[in-house]
Design a protein around this ligand. Structure first.
Ligand SMILES: Nc1nc2c(c(=O)[nH]1)N[C@H]1C(S)=C(S)[C@@H](COP(=O)(O)OP(=O)(O)OC[C@H]3O[C@@H](n4cnc5c(=O)[nH]c(N)nc54)[C@H](O)[C@@H]3O)O[C@H]1N2
Ligand SMILES: Nc1nc2c(c(=O)[nH]1)N[C@H]1C(S)=C(S)[C@@H](COP(=O)(O)OP(=O)(O)OC[C@H]3O[C@@H](n4cnc5c(=O)[nH]c(N)nc54)[C@H](O)[C@@H]3O)O[C@H]1N2
Ligand code: SF4
Ligand SMILES: [Mo]
Length: 683
């Protein structure tokens, strides 16, 4: 029998699509966009349309397994769940007994964005007194910069962009990472609106835009301050809005006065006339919508860059909303009480915290040492910066590594105990979104494949096996969802039943016309009262790696490592065995460094080295290399793109500085046409 069931995409993507799964004979045969979901509007990306292949594919982890080979080799033998849970409970209890709970480090992120399953391990690890993980790898800097300047203001609903005269995509590759925003761009352009992309390279979105401004990587802070300075100098501000709904602009203006143009130009890579022109363009269009991406925040000054852009939006009066006007970084649509998912009350209270960016350090140098690592919902071998150090840590014989996974990822290969995880199609969960304002609950579509268990079921069983009797461990998934929905800010009253019945529900934490301030939330302040060293207004601060004279002398290129259209971070890497991924090189640089189109080149720095296939293109500016996609390692030496990126943190929020990486490029063994053809065929 053929049936259709509603579900929701669990991936870490701002679009959180509503989907229809077709089920035949208990198997999912296809996935499509839900036409009734207002934001999804009936289409999904090509990555997810192919999901059934992954669901039933050869890479799927189907049952619990114990390592038989060397660490990282990926050889295992099958065991049963009872035995697996016994081993797990014994080892964790033993380590905790001998070294204390903090010797156990959970590592998880956003493989599954369902609120219940994403945080399912938290109550358990709190109860164990384990080291806590600071989950900073993605949006911590952007979020900190936003809330520093904007408090708890939500973003503007994306639908409002359809009426804009000018849309600015600032550090976001809409056509790749936020494809459901594109129809609003298209609608706006149909009515004469224009799209400006601010990005160091000409990405897919820039290629389709009306204008592309190639800022230097890490240059947005200087750019936004330059534009603000030009707005002040040219008296182009929204004075009425400033007077009515903001405070502290004078302080910012005073500070801007002391920023000098040569520094702003040098740091942004954008000339003063170009900044003045941008100021005129922004002030001259009544309806401007700024879509801020996370990309520009993955730099040492990322938090401050977001502060400066938010201040710019304030100076333009964009927080007053109105048709076609607005700013969207993250929707912030539903602010459910996370404690109902994570149960921090179970923690002893004084446990240490490890920032997940520092995993390499934590596994190799932290004292007292980490003795057990429990990975779920994440693939740290691929996504963590300073990857070679992470692998060094995982190779430790005295480290007990548990990996709960759907497929045999590069991290799973290092497991001592490998456990099978369900996919979203086998789970029940609740999903909010960071790129739009809808929330939904998805029921289980099919029975678990093989012996897979959801994160929630795994941690409930494990906690019970360890004899924990707290209420958290006896809740059902339904109860946890209902508890989370109860009193959730943003949820329209009386809507819980509708949500539970599978309908997407729009948050009340937004206004259709993007009006986020007027009469709603006090004044927008350009000044942040700080006690610490943080500047009170947005101002030019110093870059990290990009300003290091020693590193600049040795590694002349700035490397960007943005997402690839066919991957979701490292998810789906199993689809591209043997694929190294490309690196975009400007032809002038290529001539200077002897790099040939299609040749394998080595990118290297003081942290590591990795091979990619060079593609010569003026899509990237001189001095900037671009390596899209976290492809899985190809060789036995296990190198991958994050071997080059650093554990250094952003200025705010403890975020990652993925796009602030200096490298050198060397030709690997000359040009081999046959190899080039093979690599093309593989692609
Ligand atoms: N297909 C696909 N979609 C995805 C993902 C994926 O891997 N693949 N990942 C998902 C996740 S987890 C996230 S967080 C989002 C991230 O999506 P985005 O918010 O788009 O952020 P990034 O992907 O880091 O980078 C986006 C753009 O920022 C640019 N950039 C880098 N440095 C700078 C800078 O200094 N200034 C400016 N102006 N631009 C800069 C990059 O060149 C890139 O074009 O996408 C999600 N969607
Ligand atoms: N070079 C570079 N590095 C990056 C980035 C970049 O742009 N460039 N982006 C960074 C960003 S923004 C992010 S968010 C991080 C993402 O880092 P991660 O959250 O680790 O993301 P993924 O690579 O998608 O890996 C998620 C893994 O979780 C597994 N999984 C999915 N659902 C479940 C489940 O229900 N249970 C269990 N147990 N496992 C599940 C998937 O199979 C997958 O292997 O990567 C960061 N790393
Ligand atoms: S990855 Fe993003 S665009 Fe693709 S189906 Fe999921 S939510 Fe939609
Ligand atoms: Mo992310």
């Amino acid at each position: 029998m053929r049936t259709e069931k509603k579900t929701i995409c669990p991936l870490d993507c701002p679009d959180t699509c509503g989907m229809i799964a077709t089920v035949q004979g208990g198997r999912v045969t296809s996935l499509n966009g839900d036409k009734e979901h207002p934001y999804t509007n009936g289409f999904i990306c090509r990555k997810m349309r192919r999901y059934p292949e992954r669901l039933y594919g050869e890479h799927r982890v189907l049952y619990p397994q114990l390592r038989v080979g060397k660490k990282g080799e990926g050889r295992f033998c099958r065991i049963g769940w009872d035995e697996a849970l016994d081993i797990l409970a014994d080892r964790l209890a033993d380590i905790r007994g001998r070294f204390g709970g903090e010797a156990i480090l959970p590592y998880s992120y956003a493989g599954n964005m369902g609120a219940v399953n994403r945080f399912a391990g938290y109550p358990f690890f709190h109860r164990l007194g384990a080291t806590q993980l600071d989950q900073t790898i993605c949006s911590a800097a952007a979020g900190a910069g936003w809330s520093c300047q904007c408090g708890d203001l939500p973003g503007c609903p994306p639908e409002n962009a359809a009426e804009a005269e000018l849309i600015v995509a600032w550090g976001i590759n809409i056509k790749v990472t936020n494809i459901h925003f594109w129809p609003y761009v298209a609608a706006a352009r149909k009515k004469g609106g224009r799209l400006l992309v601010i990005d160091p390279y000409c990405n897919e979105t820039a290629k389709a835009a009306d204008r592309h401004l190639a800022v230097l990587p890490g240059g947005d802070l200087a750019l936004a301050l330059g534009v603000l300075k030009a707005l002040v100098d040219g008296d182009l501000l929204d004075r009425a809005f400033l007077a009515r709904e903001t405070e502290g602009f004078d302080r910012l203006a005073e500070s801007l006065h002391s920023e000098d143009w040569p520094s702003l130009t040098r740091e942004s890579g954008v000339s003063r006339p170009a900044m003045e022109e941008l100021a005129t363009l922004l002030a001259g269009s009544a309806k401007t919508f700024i879509r801020i991406g996370i990309g520009l925040s993955r730099h040492s000054r990322g938090g401050m860059a977001v502060r400066a852009i938010a201040s710019l939006a304030g100076a333009l009066g964009l927080f007053a909303g109105g048709q076609g006007r607005g700013v969207l970084l993250s929707s912030g649509a539903f602010r459910g009480d996370k404690r109902k998912l994570t149960w921090p009350s179970l923690a002893p209270g004084d446990t240490r915290t490890v920032n997940m960016i520092h995993l390499g350090h934590a596994l190799t140098a932290l004292q007292p040492p980490v003795r057990a690592l429990f990975v779920y919902n994440a693939n740290p071998v691929s996504v963590s910066p300073d990857g070679s150090l992470v692998r060094l840590g995982l190779a430790r014989e005295d480290l007990f590594t548990v990996v709960h996974e759907q497929v045999l990822t590069p991290t799973a290969r290092y497991a001592d105990l490998l456990l099978p995880a369900t996919t979203f199609l086998e789970n029940h969960d609740i999903y909010t979104a960071y790129g739009h304002f809808y929330l939904g609950v998805a029921q289980q579509v099919i029975e678990p494949v093989g012996e897979a268990k959801s994160n929630f079921d795994l941690f409930q069983s494990l906690a019970q096996k360890m004899g924990f009797t707290d209420r958290a461990f006896y809740q059902s998934c339904e109860e946890r969802i209902a508890d989370y929905l109860d009193d959730m800010p943003g949820l329209p009253e009386g809507c819980a039943a509708r949500v539970l019945a599978g309908h997407p529900v729009h948050s009340t934490n937004s206004c259709k016309d993007g009006r986020v301030l007027v009469g709603r939330r006090g004044k927008f302040s350009f000044v942040r009262e700080t006690l610490g060293p943080e500047p009170q207004v947005a101002c030019l601060t110093r870059a990290g790696e990009f300003a290091d004279p020693d590193l600049l002398a040795r590694f002349p290129f700035r490397l960007l490592v943005p997402p690839h259209a066919d991957l979701l971070n490292s998810t789906f890497g199993e689809r591209y065995p043997g694929r190294r991924g490309e690196v975009l090189v400007n032809p002038v640089d290529a001539a200077k460094w002897g790099v040939l189109d299609g040749a394998e080149v080595i990118l290297e720095n003081h942290r590591g080295r990795v091979a990619r296939i060079a593609r010569l293109t003026s899509d990237t500016r001189q001095g900037v290399l671009v390596a899209e996609g976290i492809f899985w390692p190809v060789d036995a030496d296990d190198c991958a793109i994050n071997d080059l990126t650093s554990q250094k943190l952003t200025d705010m929020g403890g975020g990652a500085t993925f796009h602030e990486t200096l490298v050198a490029v060397v030709q690997a063994g000359g040009f081999e046409p046959s190899r080039f053809k093979e690599s093309l065929a593989a692609q």
